[in-house]
Write a protein that binds this ligand. Structure first.
Ligand code: ZN
Length: 433
């Protein structure tokens, strides 16, 4: 007997049935990769969603398509189409939902294979989205299908969704659906998001984010007589000095209880995403005009911990800037919020985390590591908007490969993760210990 309280022989049979579908899982991943669902702009969402919907429909799922009308980027040419497939068995039980985003980021430079061909080499399947996260979605689909075919008693409901725009914040995808009740109890009880966080790690949450633009202002003048103007770039330099000297050491000293990986991200962090000051440089050649910059803009990327609150995080930066207003002659600024997400963390002893970890132990023979992600993913919307806490990310694929050239997923990891997902879903549905 294992600590899943499921019969060992049935678990073994389920794993063998998934092994037998290895090639099918690879083909499904390749099929998904061949839809170039690049975001932005949101290419090929509809055919990809319909491909998933048609497959689940054939397996007796009720399939619905939800277009996120009016969300960023939604237009006739690039409709934000999400697919949700639901299978109720009739017997009373919880609903286990697998959610995968179908969008991928641009390919970028450096590929040695066609990013949308699904090339296989040395046990690896290459392609944009192989790891993040069409491999995970394919593994979840095959896990669910195998579970249904196993003939095991499955009370409750299974759901699979393919959602869009995760890579741009999830507003046309999980956020839109969560606002409309698609990710809330009693419709859904447990969610697994097969993001690529490594096959032996259970991800229970992520840090928060605040992006803001800070602008310092000056007075334009001829560059030969800077004393007649007031240089906005020098004012921004004072901001940078203050961030370096005062704020960054404070942030580095803050440590979270969240098990964030890598360990460097267990502290509050601040990145300077960009700075633009003065007149635009002439990219085509020629000499720039000689002016004192009257404006400088900087975008900051502050990542916050579950122990911090967003208002406090913003106040800290504002106080630093207000200090410069008092102390520095001619200093003035404005600050604008660009994007914000609160940190989120599920209970590692909650049903989905505990059962998935037990399934990892059963399949891989080693303990799962509980982690949190340094960046965010769609769990924030399920938690904060859907008010559903029992949500984790678990899936195949090596986190570091996401968004890289020659992104790949190990075929062995695809198979192992499908086993883990099938066992975990079965354990959740059957309400075992
Ligand atoms: Zn992803």
């Amino acid at each position: 007997m294992n600590n899943l309280a499921l019969p060992d022989d049935a678990v073994d049979a389920l794993c063998r049935a998934i092994d037998a579908r290895r090639d099918e899982m690879v083909e499904l991943t390749r099929d998904l990769i061949r839809f170039p669902t690049i975001n932005p702009p949101g290419e090929a969402y509809q055919p990809c969603a319909e491909f998933i919907g048609a497959r689940m429909g054939r397996r007796g799922f009720a399939v619905e398509y939800v277009r996120a009308e009016g969300t960023p980027g939604d237009q006739a040419r690039y409709p934000r189409i999400n697919v949700i497939a639901r299978r109720e068995t009739g017997a009373a039980g919880p609903c286990v939902h697998f959610n995968g985003h179908i969008d991928v980021v641009q390919t970028g430079a450096g590929w040695t294979v066609d990013p949308f061909a699904g090339v296989i080499r040395d046990g690896k399947l290459f392609g944009r989205g192989a790891c993040d996260m069409k491999g995970g979605l394919a593994a979840a689909i095959v896990a669910v299908e195998t579970l249904i075919d196993s003939g095991l008693p499955l009370p409750g409901t299974l759901e699979i969704s393919g959602t869009v725009d995760e890579e741009s914040g999830g507003y046309g995808g999980v956020h839109y659906l969560a606002e409309r009740g698609w990710f809330s109890p009693p419709r859904v009880d447990h969610v697994i998001i097969p993001e690529p966080l490594n096959v032996d790690r259970v991800c229970i949450g992520h840090r928060g984010v605040w992006w803001a633009e800070i602008e310092t202002r000056g007075r334009i003048a001829h560059g030969s007589m800077p004393f007649l103007g007031d240089c906005a770039v020098r004012h921004m330099n004072a901001v940078l000095d203050r961030l370096e000297a005062d704020l960054m050491p404070k942030l580095a000293a803050r440590k979270t209880d969240m098990p964030v990986v890598p360990p460097g991200a267990r502290h509050s962090t601040l990145n300077i995403n960009s700075i633009h000051g003065g007149l635009e440089e002439l990219r085509g050649g020629g000499l720039p005009s000689a002016c004192v910059p009257d404006s400088c803009r900087m975008v900051i990327d502050r990542r916050l911990l579950i122990e911090e609150d967003l208002d406090g995080v913003k106040r800290e930066v504002r106080e630093l800037l207000d200090g410069l207003v008092r102390e520095r002659a001619g200093f003035s600024y404005s600050m604008r919020d660009l994007f914000e997400v609160k940190p989120t963390m599920a209970d590692r002893n909650g049903p989905v985390a505990r059962k998935t970890a037990a399934a990892v132990r059963r399949v891989l023979g080693r303990d799962a590591e509980f982690i949190c992600s340094p960046g965010t993913y769609d769990q924030k919307h399920i938690d904060r908007v859907g008010k559903l806490k029992d949500c984790i990310a678990y899936g195949p694929g090596i986190l570091d490969l996401a968004h890289q050239p020659d992104e790949y997923v190990l075929i062995d990891d695809l198979v192992a993760s499908a086993k883990v997902m099938a066992i975990s879903a079965w354990s959740l549905l059957s309400g075992s210990a």
